[in-house]
Design a binder for this molecule. Structure first.
Ligand SMILES: Nc1ncnc2c1ncn2[C@@H]1O[C@H](COP(=O)(O)OP(=O)(O)OP(=O)(O)O)[C@@H](O)[C@H]1O
Ligand SMILES: [Mg+2]
Length: 318
C-alpha cells in the first residue's frame, strides 16, 4: 500500500530469504567463499553458526543455488526434530535414492553405493542440515559416522551443519568431541555494523526500485535508530523498516524520522533493554533476541498487525 507513495516496485523488507536481496559484506563474502571452498575440496563437515536472524538460512539458500548450477546432488534438511532412523529416511528421500529397505545398515549400504557412483561420475553430494541446534546427540553421532563414507583419500559426502549459537555451545560438550574433531571449517554470521546497516537498508531500497537521485526514504538519523534497536540483526532491521514504511505512509512522512522508528521499536518491545552502544548492553540485548519470549513477542505483534493492517493498535503510539 505504501509502494506508490515511496516510488517502490515491490516491498523491500520482506522477511523471506529472497536471494535477489542478498547483501554481501566482506565478512559474509568470506563466509560464502569458505563454505564453497570446503565443499569443493571435499573437506567433510563444515559448520555455520550465528545468532537468530543473522542470515544463516539466506546464505544456505545462496550455496544451494550455487550447487544447483553445478549440478551437484543436494539434500536439505531443516526439520531437526528427528531421530536417527528418520535421519536416514530423510537423507535417502532428499537425494532421491529409491530404497524399500527399512534397516539402517541396509540403507547405509545403499547410500554408500550411490555416493560411490556419484564420486566416479565426478559429482558432488552435499547434505545440509539447518536448525541443527535442536539435533540430539544420537543424530549428531550418526552424522559424524556418515563422514566415514570415503575413498582412500576423499570424503564421499560433504556435510554442512548450520544452527543458532546454541549449536556452537553443544559442539563444545565433551560428549561431542569426536564430532568436533571432524569439523574442518567453522563459519559464522554476525550482526551488521552501523555502516553496514545503513548500506543494507539503502541496497534493499535500491533493489525494490528507488533510484539514486530520488529523495531519501529514511533519514540518516532514522537509519541510526534502526541500527540502535536492531543491533544489526537483519531480520529485525527488516521488521523495523517495513513497519516504519507503513506508518510513514499513513503520516505522509518522507524522509522517515527517528521518532517513527522509535515508536515501532517500542511497539515490538525492542526498547525493553535500553539500546546503548556499550558492549555489555549489546551482549544482553543479543541474548534477549535469542530468547523464546522475544520470538513470541514478534509473532504476537505480527499477528496483531495482520488483524489490523490499516491501523494496528500501537501500544506506544503517542
Ligand atoms: N545477507 C543478507 N542479505 C539480505 N537479506 C538478509 C541477509 N541476511 C539476513 N537477511 C534477511 O534477514 C532475514 C533473516 O535471515 P535468515 O532467515 O537467513 O536468518 P537465520 O540466521 O537463518 O535465522 P534463524 O536463526 O532464525 O534461523 C531473511 O529473511 C532476510 O530477509
Ligand atoms: Mg534460519
Amino acid at each position: 500500500m505504501y509502494k506508490r507513495f515511496f516510488g517502490l516496485r515491490e516491498s523491500p523488507f520482506n522477511v523471506s530469504p529472497d536471494p535477489r536481496y542478498l547483501f554481501l559484506t566482506k565478512q559474509i563474502e568470506e563466509t560464502l567463499t569458505a563454505l564453497m571452498y570446503g565443499i569443493q575440496t571435499r573437506k567433510g563437515i563444515l559448520t555455520l553458526t550465528g545468532e537468530v536472524g543473522t542470515g544463516k538460512t539466506t546464505l544456505i539458500n545462496r550455496v544451494l543455488d550455487w550447487l544447483n548450477q553445478r549440478a551437484a546432488k543436494t539434500a536439505f534438511l531443516f526439520n531437526s526434530r528427528m531421530n536417527s532412523s528418520q535421519l536416514f529416511d530423510f537423507v535417502l528421500a532428499e537425494f532421491d535414492i529409491p530404497c524399500e529397505l527399512r534397516s539402517k545398515s541396509q540403507q547405509l549400504m545403499k547410500l554408500n553405493h550411490w555416493l560411490l557412483e556419484r564420486y566416479r561420475a565426478g559429482e558432488t553430494a552435499v547434505l545440509i542440515l539447518d536448525e541443527a541446534q535442536n539435533l540430539t546427540f544420537p543424530v549428531l553421532e550418526e552424522i559424524r559416522l556418515l563422514t566415514n563414507l570415503e575413498t582412500s583419500g576423499e570424503k564421499l559426502l560433504q556435510i554442512v551443519v548450520s544452527g543458532q549459537s546454541e549449536l556452537e555451545e553443544k559442539l563444545n560438550l565433551p560428549q561431542l568431541r569426536q564430532f568436533r574433531q571432524r569439523i574442518m571449517i567453522r563459519c559464522k554470521t554476525n550482526h551488521l555494523t552501523k555502516e553496514e546497516t545503513h548500506a543494507y537498508i539503502v541496497e534493499r531500497l535500491r533493489i525494490a526500485g528507488v533510484g539514486p537521485s530520488n529523495q531519501p526514504i529514511f533519514s540518516q538519523a532514522a537509519m541510526d535508530t534502526v541500527h540502535l534497536y536492531s543491533l544489526g540483526v537483519p531480520r529485525v532491521v527488516n521488521l523495523l523498516c517495513e513497519h516504519s514504511l507503513i506508518n510513514a505512509y499513513v503520516e505522509h512522512e518522507r524522509p522517515i524520522l527517528p521518532k517513527t522508528v522509535e515508536d515501532i521499536a517500542h511497539e515490538f518491545q525492542l526498547d525493553v533493554v535500553e539500546p546503548t552502544a556499550s558492549p555489555e548492553s549489546l551482549q544482553t540485548s543479543a541474548e534477549l533476541y535469542n530468547s523464546e519470549a522475544f520470538i513470541q513477542n514478534l509473532g504476537e505483534a505480527l499477528f496483531r498487525f495482520r488483524m489490523f493492517p490499516q491501523n494496528p493498535p500501537l501500544r506506544g503510539r503517542k
